[in-house]
Design a protein around this ligand. Structure first.
Ligand SMILES: *Cc1c(COP(=O)(O)O)cnc(C)c1O
Length: 407
């Protein structure tokens, strides 16, 4: 079970080298003031995560609190429509409505084992903030969530949830007053409170060891998929796995235990916004260049002189100008195929799934669904699509579409 990294190498698809590189991407580009915190985490995370006691605690919470294993559901009518066999990995059924809780539980347990007494997080749409605040309530730990002023205004229900859960929501007032500014505030807090505080990052981004650590916590998704596929089909290996990518944590979790099975086609779907070349997009692998964002080297949407280009997606969870270093490596090496779906295609796909299967997906997950139209399937192909979250939070957007169509 323990995958300790013992040799200098270029990393594998699954594991970074000792410096945190997946191929040409990763590392830890951090200010001097953060070295102590990040170093402590990097030297201890593997040992703690694979302790018997930790594993027992983590898996007990995943089972009884989150409701895992999440079902692998054969989508009959969706399969008929695309003339193939499609299974949905139901992360939407997790407590708090998405895959993010898998990582939040893991990191808060790890922080407690490190002796930390205080948790901080950044959030954009509020999903990661809610997941983190939930686990902090469960464990009785102080929780501070940084959130851009604009996002606080746009995401009132999630702000209310976090407050009800006992978290302090601190407005980030600088810059564009959104996710990247909240991230800067969280980093500043961590620098000022290195001894008692752990910073919970919500995706496979950030300095090493975060991308690897978050991927390991989310890898429970593909660990379950293997035995569930065996149960359903007699074979652990599917033909294809499809997942949406913001920072890339649900995709990393869904791909993880299949990365070395080269017969399995891995398909990541980015948000193309109004169109990849419209100037309003978040399709990082199509538009990005190597650069450093939030502590790691990866593909980043930036101008020629290195300024971050503001991304756009209808889905807040995919509205990010970068991508985790593991995914940059999967893209560059060709191990995974990267597609993109536009805002309107995602909306259409959300309504299609709802009508065919009675499942209202999150707008993020709807991007993965939209990619079904772009893929050539054989009738006997077995495809697993990671349904990363449920659509309750997106009802306002869906209602606007229905009102327009009713006019
Ligand atoms: C946050 C979120 C995403 C995007 O994050 P990843 O790290 O790329 O998985 C996708 N789906 C849902 C439902 C989310 O809440």
């Amino acid at each position: 079970m323990i995958n300790s990294i013992t040799s200098f190498n270029k990393g594998t698809y699954k594991q970074p080298n000792i410096f945190g590189y997946f191929g040409n991407f990763g590392g830890a580009y951090i200010p001097e003031m953060l070295h102590r915190n990040v170093e402590e985490l990097a030297t201890r995370y593997i040992d703690i995560m694979y302790e018997e006691f930790f594993q027992k605690d983590y898996h007990a919470l995943l089972k009884d609190y989150v409701g895992r294993p999440s079902p692998l559901y054969f989508a009959t009518r969706l399969s008929e429509k695309y003339k193939t066999k499609i299974y949905l990995k139901r992360e939407d059924l997790n407590h708090t409505g998405a895959h993010k809780i898998n990582n939040a539980i893991g990191q808060v347990l790890l922080a407690l084992r490190l002796g930390k007494k205080r948790i901080i997080a950044e959030t954009g749409a509020g999903q990661h903030g809610v997941a983190t605040a939930t686990v902090c309530a469960l464990k009785g730990v102080e929780c501070v969530v940084y959130m851009g002023v604009k996002d606080i205004e746009r995401q009132a229900p999630n702000v209310a949830r976090m407050k009800m859960l006992g978290a302090k929501v601190v407005p980030a007032t600088s810059g564009s007053q959104t996710l990247k500014d909240a991230t800067n505030e969280a980093i500043r807090d961590w620098i000022n409170n290195p001894n008692d505080t752990h910073y919970v990052i919500g995706s496979v981004v950030g300095p090493h060891p975060y991308p690897d650590m978050v991927a390991r916590f989310q890898s429970v998704i593909s660990e379950e998929m293997r035995w569930q596929l065996k149960e359903h089909t007699g074979n652990e290996l599917p033909s294809k796995i499809i997942a949406c990518v913001g920072g890339g944590s649900n995709a990393a979790g869904a791909f993880y235990h299949f990365l070395d099975d080269l017969s399995v086609e891995l398909i990541a779907v980015e948000a193309a916004g109004l169109g990849v070349h419209s100037g309003h997009s978040a399709a990082t692998t199509q538009l990005g260049k190597p650069g450093i964002l939030h502590g790691s080297k990866s593909l980043v949407m930036q101008t020629d002189d290195g300024q971050i280009i503001e991304p756009h997606s209808i889905s807040a969870g995919l509205d990010y100008p970068g991508i985790g270093p593991m995914h940059a490596h999967l893209f560059e090496s060709g191990r995974a195929k990267f597609l993109s779906a536009k805002d309107d295609e995602a909306l259409q796909a959300a309504f299609e799934l709802t009508k065919l299967e009675g499942i209202i997906p999150a707008l993020e997950s709807a991007h993965a669904l939209a990619a079904l139209k772009q893929i050539h399937f054989k009738p006997n192909d077995i495809t697993v699509l990671c349904l990363s979250g449920r659509g309750d939070k997106d009802l306002n957007t869906y209602m606007k579409v229905m009102n327009v169509n009713a006019e």
